[in-house]
Design a protein around this ligand. Structure first.
Ligand SMILES: C[S@@+](CC[C@H](N)C(=O)[O-])C[C@H]1O[C@@H](n2cnc3c(N)ncnc32)[C@H](O)[C@@H]1O
Length: 277
């Protein structure tokens, strides 16, 4: 069982799109920078013009915008996303962006007559399993073309998980009337090795890969909600928990008993190349 796509679409359209570019703890920006460095280590940025690039789950388009800047506009940019509101923001950053609003699991229904030099999919493998995405991406790439894949793995947030199992959390679940979280809704890979395994199983050569483990400190519930709920990192979980609507009494209790929280994410940043089967 994975995320219900209608719920994700609503959350991105209504809650996350207006806040996404605030990038509450700067983790998106740091990650894009690392992804861009991987691209700069190849001949892709200097290669033939214009570069055909598809970003799957493009969001507000910040990564593709940076590629377009590096290429001084010599890019043919395509973006697909389930959220129209995220795409609206991307279109303002990348004027000639051609967009499709659809679920990435339908990728093969689009771009039938196209192939790409680069496909990006960043922070979408939590919603669309990497194993499902990999063969579809492979089919749309030219031989030797690249897949820039960035995503969190299940190794993220070890301390939040510990807290979730604690007695304090059980008390909060009881007071708030909500039930324990179900991690089966997330399709993220387990960790570094599984990312490599899936890439290789699907005829990709892993050119570069690094694990980025930024530390994150949450001072209090509001700080946590800015990052986790409004910025999109944990919106489906928080909405299920209901703590974004906590009463003053419950907020006070959560702040006293649970915060501050120190944790880290675990993000795989990979650049892989299509090899012939
Ligand atoms: C965390 S954001 C990342 C956006 C962008 N890739 C970035 O790194 O800044 C995830 C994006 O994936 C989109 N998304 C979620 N599920 C999707 C699906 N099934 N198909 C297509 N896009 C999806 C969301 O609407 C959102 O724009």
């Amino acid at each position: 069982m994975i995320y219900n796509h209608n719920i994700i679409q609503r959350q991105y359209d209504e809650i996350i799109a207006p806040n996404f570019d605030i990038d509450a703890k700067g983790i998106y920006a740091s990650t894009y920078q690392k992804g861009i460095i991987q691209l700069q280590n190849t001949n892709l940025i200097l290669s033939k013009t214009p570069l055909q690039v598809l970003d799957i789950g493009i969001g507000t388009g910040s990564f593709l915008e940076q590629i377009a800047l590096l290429r001084e506009g010599e890019v043919s940019p395509f973006g697909m996303d389930i959220s129209e509101k995220m795409l609206d923001i991307a279109k303002k950053k990348i004027p000639n962006l051609r967009t499709i609003v659809d679920d990435a699991t339908n990728l093969e229904k689009h771009y039938a007559n196209r192939s790409f030099d680069l496909i990006c999919s960043h922070f979408v493998t939590g919603f669309v399993p990497m194993r499902e995405l990999a063969p579809k991406v492979w089919n749309l790439l030219d031989e030797g073309a690249y897949w820039s894949l960035i995503g969190q793995t299940m190794a993220s947030y070890p301390n939040l998980r510990k807290i979730e199992d604690s007695l304090v959390s059980k008390l909060i679940y009881w007071v708030s009337g909500n039930s324990k979280l179900d991690y089966d809704v997330v399709s993220s890979p387990e960790g570094h090795s599984e990312v490599i395994e899936i890439l290789e199983e699907n005829d990709f050569e892993v050119c570069q890969i690094e694990t980025f483990e930024p530390k994150i400190d949450f001072a209090n519930l509001d700080d946590f909600l800015d990052f986790g709920y409004y910025n999109g990192w944990l919106t489906p979980f928080i909405e299920k928990l209901g703590i974004h609507k906590a009463s003053k009494m419950l907020s006070l209790m959560i702040n006293i008993l649970l915060f501050p929280i120190h944790d880290n994410q675990s993000i795989e940043i990979a650049l892989a190349r299509k090899i012939t089967k």
